[in-house]
Design a binder for this molecule. Structure first.
Ligand code: NI
Length: 138
């Protein structure tokens, strides 16, 4: 385990009040934990910008009756099979499907895959949740 270091921060009083209000709303017990999370988010953001190896989930919602859609989805996922860890498909109702694709690989390739999936005609919703391989985080 790494050593804990204490440091002080100078900032405007009103900014600190707003920060403390947000901590309360988000149920943080103290400022340290909230600042740790902000730093972690910043590191994860850097991983994606710098095209490092990351993990994430792509969520899609679509109507499986749309002509050609399911086949296009399958062909595309096979093209990116080396990045796809797992896919879960749920039949939401008679028409709508929800698919969650767990991905791992170079950040920019995962963004490209998401864009290609989202642009398939008939996809109602597509979202990439950017996570991390966790290697750079403590
Ligand atoms: Ni379905």
């Amino acid at each position: 385990m790494s050593n804990l270091v204490r440091f002080s921060i100078s900032l405007e009083e009103t900014l600190l009040q707003k920060f403390d209000q947000r901590l309360k709303e988000q149920n943080y017990e103290n400022r340290s934990e909230a600042i740790r999370d902000l730093i972690r988010e910043n590191i994860v953001e850097k991983e994606w910008v710098q095209n490092e190896t990351v993990a994430g989930t792509i969520t899609l919602v679509y109507d499986h009756h749309k002509r050609g859609l399911v086949q296009k989805l399958t062909v595309l996922q096979h093209s990116f099979h080396h990045m796809i860890i797992s896919t879960q498909h749920i039949h939401l109702d008679h028409d709508n499907c929800l698919e969650v694709i767990i991905v791992h690989g170079e950040a920019h390739s995962l963004i490209r895959l998401t864009d290609k999936l989202k642009s398939i005609k008939g996809i109602k919703y597509g979202h990439l949740a950017m996570a991390t391989s966790g290697k750079e985080l403590i």
